[in-house]
Design a protein around this ligand. Structure first.
Ligand SMILES: Cc1cc2nc3c(=O)[nH]c(=O)nc-3n(C[C@H](O)[C@H](O)[C@H](O)COP(=O)(O)OP(=O)(O)OC[C@H]3O[C@@H](n4cnc5c(N)ncnc54)[C@H](O)[C@@H]3O)c2cc1C
Length: 501
């Protein structure tokens, strides 16, 4: 029986382990062992259930709180695991984003797709942008392309930062007011460093195809509307939403994957410290002193952890991994009684642009965005702190982070200043967000090229081709495919047809 060692128990590592177990269930002579340094599994998927003193409970996500339905991997895996019914769409009736502007909250105008306006009247009437800012955005319609790509070229050959791209197409205000907090915020990235080719290549492609982002997004909107007409929701089906979660939080997913892998194959609370290879055998030494041997190895940790682990295996790969910077962040959840929150509670989130210079990047109104996150009459809020420009804020102790968020909620939402939250929770994610800086895809290509030359070794995780949970699961599955193939195991799964067909 061949054995694959997997280091890292986040979405990617569990995605890899679950795929290997599916190959075993299909009759292949293969097994796996997964090593996780923390006492719990899930990595950045971390949910906690907190009771309310008066009854009922809160469901809190400390890290990732949603997956997008446009990427099918999570739904596919959830159905395989038998937890498809636990998937919960966001409450679309409350879908609204507020942006902080000079201390006030302004609604993101209807028709803004990412950062491009596609509806005239909402753009004309919003106070989010100045009139010169609006005219500058409209210039996108007329500005020529920066350059024409040669036949066969892709965004990767024409990488550009988010800042450079948005400023040249739509002006500084479009960047500062929406693109930075919304688009940069997805990756908790610095727009002056963030690679568009690695994150949103479609922006660069739109410029090529349509000569204008507004025209590109208008075309996308038209296509979406046509799809909606063509595939109307089936009677009785759950409503479609862009953002989704699980009934008891995102960790439901990793817990179900861990159960399917088999808890007896998982070691928690023990870090892999040394990797060695002798002939065809991989040896992983744990912090506990235990040594695990296997026929293949998948490293599915954060980039900085993989850098350390890979040093003795392949210094060139380790060097390239070390070029992927990672930023830290924290989420701070707190609950209040509804009567202490005298604000409209029909919105998903607040974005605070960096130009506002606040010690908080975003707020999610979890009790409005999701069903059953808080008992009746309670309000659950989650503040987001950190990102590349605000790393210093994370040096503060937990109590200070809580107070920072509470004071921002008092200031922005008029939460009663004299009341203490019912409870608070702080979750820190040190080096938790890989930064896809300019040239990221070239680095990843080179990492993959070098890894392809090492039989029985694969890397997986959010550091490479997408930080979203679906991307991470798929990256784990690709890593499993690589090592299975190299162990002469040919296991092919049929992908179910997309929904609506
Ligand atoms: C605050 C926050 C909010 C986010 N929100 C969203 C969201 O809403 N939607 C979305 O799609 N994505 C979101 N993301 C991104 C997404 O959650 C992550 O990209 C994804 O979960 C990463 O999965 P992973 O398996 O690659 O890595 P991780 O989850 O980081 O897992 C890596 C694991 O490796 C373990 N490890 C490290 N070193 C060792 C070692 N030496 N030995 C053994 N184990 C080791 C770690 O303890 C960790 O458990 C968010 C991320 C953060 C930080």
């Amino acid at each position: 029986m061949k054995k694959v060692i997997i280091i890292g128990g986040g979405a990617a590592g569990l995605g890899a382990a679950y795929k290997i177990r599916r190959a075993a269930a299909a009759g292949h002579d293969i097994d796996c062992v997964l090593i996780e340094k923390d006492d719990r599994l899930g990595g950045k998927l971390m949910s906690e259930i907190v009771p309310d003193p008066d009854g009922g409970e809160y469901v809190i996500d400390g890290g990732s709180d949603a997956f997008v339905s446009t990427k099918p991997a999570v739904a596919r895996i959830a159905r395989m695991l038998g937890i498809g019914d636990e998937m919960v769409p966001a409450r679309e009736e409350n879908k609204k984003t507020l942006i902080v502007k000079r201390g006030r909250l302004v609604e993101l105008p209807d028709g803004i797709m990412m950062f491009a306006p596609t509806k005239l009247m909402p753009l004309a009437t919003t106070s989010l942008y100045s009139w010169p800012g609006k005219f500058r955005m409209a210039l996108d319609w007329f500005l020529p392309r920066k350059e024409r790509w040669a036949e066969g070229e892709t965004a990767q050959q024409h990488d550009e930062t988010l800042e450079s791209f948005v400023v040249r197409r739509m002006g500084r205000e479009a960047l500062d007011r929406v693109a930075e907090p919304l688009v940069g915020g997805v990756h908790a990235s610095d727009p002056a460093q963030m690679s568009l080719a690695a994150t949103f290549p479609n922006f660069l492609e739109m410029e090529q195809e349509f000569g204008s982002l507004v025209r590109g997004f208008l075309n996308e909107r038209k296509k979406r509307e046509e799809m909606k007409k063509k595939f109307p929701p089936k009677p009785g089906a759950k409503p479609w939403a862009f953002f989704n979660t699980f009934h008891r939080g995102m960790q439901d997913l990793t817990d179900a994957m861990a159960d399917a892998v088999g808890r007896e194959r998982i070691i928690t609370g023990a870090a892999a410290t040394i990797i060695e290879r002798t002939g065809d055998t991989w040896r992983v030494t744990l912090g506990t002193g235990e040594v695990i041997e296997g026929d293949a190895l998948i490293v599915a940790t954060e980039a900085w952890a993989a850098t350390r682990l890979m040093r003795d295996v392949d210094s060139a790969i380790a060097g390239l991994l070390g070029e992927i910077p990672c930023s830290s962040s924290a989420t701070v959840s707190m609950a209040f009684r509804a009567e202490d929150c005298p604000f409209d509670q029909k919105w998903f989130g607040i974005l605070s642009p960096l130009v506002e210079d606040r010690p908080l990047l975003a707020v999610t109104l979890s009790s409005a965005k999701w069903p059953d996150r808080a008992p009746e009459g309670r309000v659950l809020l989650r503040g987001f702190i950190g990102g590349p420009q605000n790393q210093h804020l994370l040096e503060a102790p937990d109590e200070e982070l809580v107070e920072t968020v509470r004071l921002q909620l008092v200031d922005l939402l008029k939460v009663r200043p004299d009341v203490e939250p019912i409870f608070t929770r702080v979750y820190r994610w040190s080096g938790g967000m890989p930064q896809y800086t300019i040239g990221h895809l070239d680095r990843v290509d080179e990492i993959e090229r070098r890894t392809s030359e090492v039989s029985g070794l694969a890397l997986a995780g959010g550091a490479f081709r997408g930080v979203g949970i679906p991307n991470c699961i798929e990256s784990g599955e690709r890593a499993a495919d690589k090592v299975l193939g190299e162990l002469d195991i040919s296991y092919v799964e049929e992908t179910p047809p997309p929904r609506g067909r």
